[in-house]
Write a protein that binds this ligand. Structure first.
Ligand SMILES: [Zn+2]
Ligand SMILES: [Zn+2]
Length: 290
């Protein structure tokens, strides 16, 4: 089967068993993407954490691959790119956490492998100072929400961290991941309008830094049962003409392109006609062609 000329379906956020909390090897995801008729699959597993300090209490060995596995990860993707090049575009990426004050350590690790990457997803899954680090999207840390005055404060802490990530002069990435992740367990702000003001500030930084936001359907499979980010935020993204990509955050091969049809209906209804695309860290635009 050839890649269909008029097909524009691309999934930019997928995992595999290397990160210790996803199922299936990379090739399983590629085969499933081909079966579903995708034009492109981005392999974007979680980057290692072991070289950071101060992550005591964070079970990061369950969050990402280990450093010694990155070489194999990259060469496997190279091999699969060649093997399936007639059927699908395979992109090589990492989802990387922004850990404040430790980007220099990250860059030392990335330096050796950066040439292989088509794009980088920038993510916040943990919140740091002034409190101990905690993983707000890991159900084992749910009690930690109570350490804050209110859920709103968790959101403000989250969005302040996102702004730090976006404006960091040395954290180099292309796509902002799951932009309202703290809602994963149905924790919503009390003062929605105040938090939304903060989100708009974040989006203005994203626009200024010329970044892309992902529309991530992984949230449909979580307690919150909706995509990241919310429709309200997506409409603001459209208004500000910030480019988007579509992603499933698949942690099982069957989750590839999860609810993409449904999501595309919503996106085209809002007015989106284009999606972003990445090759060797260069961004281009593809037209939504349904
Ligand atoms: Zn994951
Ligand atoms: Zn993530």
């Amino acid at each position: 089967m050839k890649v269909k000329e008029n097909n524009f379906l691309e999934d930019w956020h997928t995992h595999n068993k290397l990160c210790h909390h996803a199922e299936g090897i990379i090739e399983d995801y590629v085969k499933e993407a081909i079966r579903k008729g995708l034009r492109t699959i981005g392999i974007s597993d979680h980057f290692p954490y072991e070289f950071y300090t101060g992550l005591d209490g964070i079970p990061y060995d369950e969050y990402g691959m280990i450093l010694s596995e990155t070489r194999d990860y990259l060469s496997t993707i190279q091999e699969l790119k060649a093997k399936y090049k007639e059927q699908i575009n395979i992109k090589c990426a990492f989802e990387i956490d922004f850990i404040p004050h430790q980007v220099v350590k990250l860059n030392q690790q990335l330096e050796k492998i950066k040439d292989h990457l088509d794009y980088i997803l920038g993510s916040i899954h943990m919140l740091f100072a002034p409190k101990e680090p905690w993983s707000f999207d890991d159900s084992r840390f749910l009690d930690e929400f109570n350490r804050y005055e209110s859920v709103d404060d968790v959101y403000f802490h989250y969005y302040d961290s996102i702004i730090l990530m976006i404006t960091s002069s040395d954290f180099d990435f292309d796509i902002v991941s799951h932009l309202d992740l703290p809602k994963k367990f149905n924790k919503f702000p009390e003062h929605k309008e105040l938090v939304m003001e903060k989100v708009v500030e974040v989006l203005e930084y994203i626009k200024k830094q010329n970044l892309v936001v992902e529309i991530n359907t992984g949230g449909f499979r979580k307690e919150v049962h909706e995509q990241y980010p919310s429709i309200e935020i997506i409409k603001k993204i459209f208004e500000l003409e910030i480019p988007i990509v579509l992603s499933s955050d698949a942690h099982k091969p069957s989750e590839i392109a999860y609810k993409f049809d449904y999501m595309l209906n919503i996106l085209t209804e809002i007015g989106f006609t284009e999606l972003a695309h990445f090759t060797q860290r260069k961004r281009s635009i593809i037209t939504i062609n349904r």
